[in-house]
Design a protein around this ligand. Structure first.
Ligand code: FES
Length: 87
């Protein structure tokens, strides 16, 4: 599991294995736009303020993946113990 801090909502959630960041945020009442929930549409792209995403989407380019400034919350996870998101 890893921790996601929602900077704007002032909510912190723990994301267990098998649960998406998107579902963990919804369960905590944090509103995020989503559509495909399969990492292909880009609707849930979110700015990463701190931490290292584990990208599992089909939207970002290799350069965007390496930069780690945004991520898709529906499929991607964390390499760091904690992510801080601009949500
Ligand atoms: Fe489509 Fe996340 S909802 S990429």
């Amino acid at each position: 599991s890893f921790e996601v801090v929602c900077a704007r909502s002032a909510v912190t959630v723990t994301v267990p294995a098998g649960t998406s960041i998107l579902d963990a945020l919804y369960a905590a009442g944090v509103e995020v736009d989503s559509s495909c929930e399969q990492g292909i549409c880009g609707t849930c792209e979110t700015t990463v303020l701190e931490g290292e995403p584990d990208h599992r989407d089909s939207v970002l380019s290799d350069a965007e993946r390496a930069a780690g400034k945004t991520m898709m919350l529906c499929v991607s996870r964390a390499r760091s113990a904690r992510l801080v998101l601009d949500v």
